[in-house]
Write a protein that binds this ligand. Structure first.
Ligand SMILES: C[S@@+](CC[C@H](N)C(=O)[O-])C[C@H]1O[C@@H](n2cnc3c(N)ncnc32)[C@H](O)[C@@H]1O
Length: 199
């Protein structure tokens, strides 16, 4: 059993609400503040397992929307508007998304987290590598005007990543949800209004 009462409180609350992980509260806070996801949207959820973000998203987008979840691990939720790809995101080819009949998506969510090694610098760099891949995918599959939420373990490369995003999106903010552990290095980029792939 976890000796951390903070963790237990959020995990229990998530379970009561029918979500497999407490991470759902971070997306709820993001959605309430930034209104990223709309009814009818097609959403790519990277690092989707065990499935809390996908489940919450699925409820917002409704039956006309779609969620495509991608993770190394199996997802624990089954929903009629959810497609799941068991893949390494670092090796994901945008054509695999297109092969589902989805040309472009309205929103990309990334709660991707590398397995932490206890070395903050290495964890940061591996997290940055994941965000870089998410940006690469955004260029190929995100609709012009679409939005991106991406988690990163904060560190020296954070300002560079933000600068890169500011070239791609009209507005980029950094957000630390209250439901994120205070000592955690995770922060979220909220990047709104994708300007499209440069020619
Ligand atoms: C914090 S969890 C995501 C929780 C999820 N948002 C939810 O609400 O249920 C991070 C996930 O990133 C996945 N992940 C890490 N590196 C990955 C990679 N290279 N490719 C695919 N998934 C990866 C992990 O397997 C893990 O499930």
């Amino acid at each position: 059993m976890s000796p951390d009462p903070w963790f237990d409180k959020w995990a229990k609350k998530a379970k009561e609400l029918g979500y497999p992980a407490r991470s759902v509260f971070k997306l709820i806070e993001i959605q309430e503040k930034f209104k990223i996801i709309q009814k009818g949207d097609t959403v790519l959820d990277l690092g989707a397992s065990p499935g809390s973000w996908s489940k919450y998203t699925s409820q917002i987008i409704g039956e006309k929307g779609k969620v495509i979840g991608v993770d190394l691990e199996e997802i624990k939720v089954k929903l009629p508007n959810l497609f799941f790809l068991k893949r390494d995101v670092l090796e994901l080819n945008p054509e695999e998304i297109k092969s589902l009949g989805i040309e472009k998506v309205d929103v990309i969510l990334s709660d991707l987290a590398p397995k932490t090694m206890g070395d903050k610098w290495v964890d940061h760099l591996r997290s940055v590598e994941l965000v870089e891949k998410v940006l690469e995918l955004s260029l190929e599959v995100l609709k012009e005007g679409g939005h991106l939420v991406a988690k990163v373990f904060e560190g020296a490369q954070t300002p560079l990543l933000k600068k890169k995003m500011e070239k791609m999106f009209q507005k980029v903010k950094i957000f630390k949800p209250k439901s994120s552990r205070r000592e955690s290095k995770e922060i979220f980029f909220i990047a709104q209004k994708f300007q499209g792939k440069p020619n």
